[in-house]
Design a protein. Sequence first.
Lengths: 314, 378
Amino acid sequence: MKFALSAEQRQFAASLHELLAGTSGTVRAWAEGKHEPGRKLLRAIADLGVPALLVPAEYGGLQADVADMVVAFEVLGFHVVPGPIVESAVVAPAALGGSRKWLPALASGEALVTVLNPLGLDADIADLVLDLRDGQVAAVRVESLEPVRSIDPARRLFTVDGERVPLGPAGRAFDLGVLAVAAQLLGAGQWLLDEATSYARQRNQYGRAIGGFQAVKHLLADVATQLELARPLVHGAAVTAQDGGGTLARDVSAAKIKAGEAAYLAARTALQVHGAIGYTAEHDLGLRLTKVRALLGAWGDAAFHRARVLESLS
Amino acid sequence: MDLDIDAASVAFRDETRDWLAANVPSPALPSMDTAEGFAAHREWEAKLAAARFSVVSWPREYHGRDASLLQWVLFEEEYYAAGAPGRVGQNGIFMLAPTLFEHGTKDQRDRILPAMATGDQVWAQAWSEPEAGSDIAALRSRAVRTEGGWLLSGQKTWSSRAAFADSAFGLFRTDPGAHRHHGLTYFMFGLRADGVTVRPIPQLDGEPGFAEIFLDDVFVPDADVIGAPGQGWRVAMTTANNERGLSLRSPGRFLAAANRLVDLWRERGGGGALGERVVDAWIGARAYQLYTFGTVTRLAEGGELGPESSVNKLFWSQLDIALHETALDLLGPDGETDEQWVDGYLFALAGPIYGGTDQIQRNTIAERLLRLPREARP
């Protein structure tokens, strides 16, 4: 048993962190509908191989370990990379297995795909809209799009109407999407903890760093503990996916519940530790807080995932 | 990254499971905190030892099997899943033994470990004092040099198992001029030696699970000092890390309790508002199991336990209470009388107190893992 990231995986994460450092301007531009910097960033992410990870080699992909995908999405979540990247890099390759048309374009990052959930994230710029329902996948011939405002301005959502063209079984597409979102939540939570901790070290009140007060320390210690214990569930679910294990639904649901709870606790705590500065649009904290809140409901809310875990235990 | 269990470990796990299925006593033994129950648990330790199951991770020469850390975790999972008796020897096995392996002499190991493994000598811990609880470095019990050894005096309290155990271990101040954690020395002493008075203290369940120990010029030979005189704090940290960390609480206890909780929920109709708490408890136990596999990997690659042991302890102490509270709530009026869940619940309530309270663990996590400013030290 070796239940830890490999040196290569740590290196991969470090390269992604390096690429994505200082991208909050790109996130804000995306929220305003200015896609160009974001598209450029997504191309750079593709150059590092992220959308190719889960694509089979015969279609130009890297056919990598599912754990590599989880490593990548934790970093993407840390930097709140915008766009339909879970959909394009994780869900679509699984839902469109065997497609000579789409898989190479997905692997190279040329194609962006979105998946109705039930709203379509970035459906206005997607090359293909998919609908996953009852274990089947359908392509949507888009007839009309209506923007819907998300709590997270960087999540540009649309109601999508149009004819469904059945494509076949969805396979593990949904569960892999849930896993990628769980990894994103973990990454966002880690950023929030890191930021709040570093702020608590510098911010002085009553003549001392606020991080020296036990009321603050204990809040942050609880966040660290919840994140530390959520991460193994995300990694464990990746191992299940890699092994083709029969407990995938249970394991990704457990991972999303715990990663979501930990990230949300991190968000609330980070806001409280920062005080008013954290409540401003100018601070990057808000980019994560609203993302985490949105992702708690997307790809199955906690009640949905708890019901799935319970069902597997009964 | 994988969760594969190698063939040798699978074989070991199967052997453990078969042996436990054939040997776990039924009905359960009486409480180990009664004279009769203590004796029965001591016999059980001997039976475990005869089959080389009492200390699987120890070297063969001390009744062990040289089992890997992973195998020890698997052993514990099987042990709790089988509903096997609580370990009356656990203070010695999980706290004193790691200290002897790291800081003891060969003579000490040869003398003490075999009798510990078989239950012939059962050990109590003697850390806390009336004025030194979370703040152990404030301890006042002292040891004064005498010919061939030391004379120990003072008072220890909340000493688990001391009511019926044979011996105890703890820290005493050997340099009265030294401040706090300086000038302390780690001693082993007999609980029936001249000058020792043990006064049992009944716990919440009415049984004397711990005791006060009064020492009045108790002679301890030099051979029963662990590490160098004055180095007791450093020596004891080995023990503290083992108690808070991996050793004392393997995931086995929580996995077994979580599975029993799921069974209980199903027996009670499987519906209702408590389903959410049942699933959260199960996920918590699973998270702790996987976290432990990560720790096992890290330690096998030469890493150290470090402040992560506080993350460990904070998480399981809360998980244990949540598990048992959920069971009692599921049982409703029967929660008052269900012996197994009530015992488990009362035991769980102590978790956030012993081995460093949850508040001390949070300080440790904040200061050592998150590098926040340290508390003022006296």
